[in-house]
Write a protein that binds this ligand. Structure first.
Ligand code: EPZ
Length: 417
């Protein structure tokens, strides 16, 4: 098991390029099931979840190659299995994204229920509600969703909760349904719009993505395409907080600052200088970090995937701040590890009270989920002495060699195999 060792106290400086968005590449790979033609993706990040999706598609009989240069070639001219097995799904919940495409093109699917994870129960009831509204029969048998349909029909679907992968699953299925689907209270995340762009380049008819109501008019078949994945706004935000917490000066490149406007605005509120360009932004932070409250909400508000990283920053704040997590019911696991590094954090339901109390001290800590791991790395960058982070496989699910990128910015960080 790899570990990450950090010696804290060094301000970061220099520039870092952001990779492709994991949460855009995963639905894009699943979308390749919607056509028999070849799909080429560019700017695919080299992270573990991408390889898990690749393996899932291969197990189904698809051709799926992901190269080190960030290109992926996918083709599901025909498939031999319409099943996403428990062994794979339990390691990556996003496997549920094959359900909509399989139903849309192959009319049946057997997908293991993802089950919960460290941050919450993670139900998929709204995915199933939407597909059932389109005529599918979905049954839960032995922990699997067994779904089938003669032909999906367009429907009017109102989502009780904003769900990113729920919106993506239904949007993909609707591209091959009979007639029009109106999806209300849809997710507006940039990754949803990126998927819609890709589907349109495959011949799909989709309008309104990026807003709360998406209209999809079904077509007979979709064809291949070449699509470039958008930059990862969460990786960009993670480096922005790394610059602020170490009182550094970092240029974050090859990203889209508009995709993380709420994060950059919050960094300005806590006293960082943030200058944005078209595909880059610069974060400088001299002295005091102000303690400012934040609440996570669906896009375009402050993203839940940046909450853990922001909590690490607030441990360095000049007073008290309250962080409210409205998306997931158990996304404070990182708080307990930050406390072991000397942070003063009190948890109360969906709220965390963070008392900025000066320097943290290095310790042995344990990563519990992807963004919690990032939070511990950020805290270690500013802690006194040495920090060891165990279970870094969580980190590798969503970050491509983050320790190398941080080391190039001057951090005292290394991976110990
Ligand atoms: C996506 O997960 C992301 N994953 C998550 O990123 C991200 O944290 C999350 O959206 C919120 O932005 C991918 O895109 C692969 P949701 P998803 O469905 O789609 C409830 C990371 O760190 N809900 O938007 O699974 C659910 O319980 C990961 O990269 C239902 O009740 O999240 C939650 O409270 C972590 N029923 C809320 O909606 C459903 O059928 C939002 O979840 C579906 C969801």
């Amino acid at each position: 098991m790899d570990k990450i060792r950090v010696i804290g106290g060094r301000p970061l400086s220099g520039s870092v390029a952001v990779g492709g968005a994991k949460n855009a590449a995963l639905p894009a790979m699943a979308a390749s099931l919607l056509t028999q033609d070849r799909i080429e993706l560019e700017n695919v990040p080299r992270v573990r979840d991408i390889l898990t999706m690749r393996n899932l598609l291969r197990d189904m009989g698809s051709r799926a190659e992901v190269s080190d240069d960030g290109t992926a070639v996918l083709q599901s001219s025909d498939i031999r299995s319409r099943e996403a097995p428990y062994e794979l799904v339990k390691t990556m919940r996003a496997s549920i994204l094959v359900l909509g495409p399989l139903l849309g093109r192959f009319k049946s699917a057997r997908v293991s229920l993802p089950g919960g994870c460290a941050i919450g129960a993670r139900p998929v009831n709204l995915h199933l509600m939407g597909l059932e509204k389109m005529g599918a029969e979905c049954e839960i048998v032995h922990g699997y969703v067994e779904a089938s349909v003669e032909k999906l029909r367009g429907a009017r679907i109102l989502m009780d909760t904003v769900t990113v992968t729920g919106t993506e699953n239904i949007m993909m299925a609707a591209t091959l349904a009979e007639g029009e689907t109106i999806l209300e209270n849809a997710a507006c995340e940039p990754e949803v719009s990126d998927l819609a762009d890709m589907l349109r380049s495959m011949g799909a008819r989709i309008e309104g993505d990026g807003c709360r109501t998406i209209r999809i008019t079904g077509v007979g078949a979709l064809h291949g395409c070449r699509h470039r994945i958008i930059p990862d706004r969460i990786e960009a935000g993670t480096f922005a907080i790394a610059a602020a917490i170490t009182r550094g000066d970092v240029e974050i490149e090859r990203c889209n600052p508009n995709h993380l406007a709420a994060v950059l605005e919050q960094l300005r509120r806590v006293g960082a200088d943030v200058d944005s360009g078209k595909d880059r932004f610069r974060v400088r932070c001299g002295g005091t970090i102000l303690s400012e409250n934040v609440t996570t909400y669906p896009y375009p508000a402050f993203p839940t995937d940046m909450q853990a990283q922001y909590m690490a920053l607030m441990t360095q704040g000049d007073g008290d701040s309250i962080i409210t997590e409205t998306i997931f019911e158990n996304r404070f696991m990182h708080a307990l590890e930050l406390v072991r590094m000397g942070a003063d954090i009190t948890l109360e339901g969906r709220q965390a009270l963070v008392r900025g109390n000066g320097p943290l001290s290095g310790a042995r800590v344990l990563a519990s989920d992807l963004r919690a791991s990032a939070s511990l790395v950020l805290a270690a960058l500013v802690a006194r002495g040495e920090t060891w982070i165990d279970r870094v496989y969580h980190l590798d699910r969503g970050y491509d060699r983050i320790e190398e990128k941080l080391a190039r910015l001057g951090a005292g960080i290394e991976r110990v195999r």
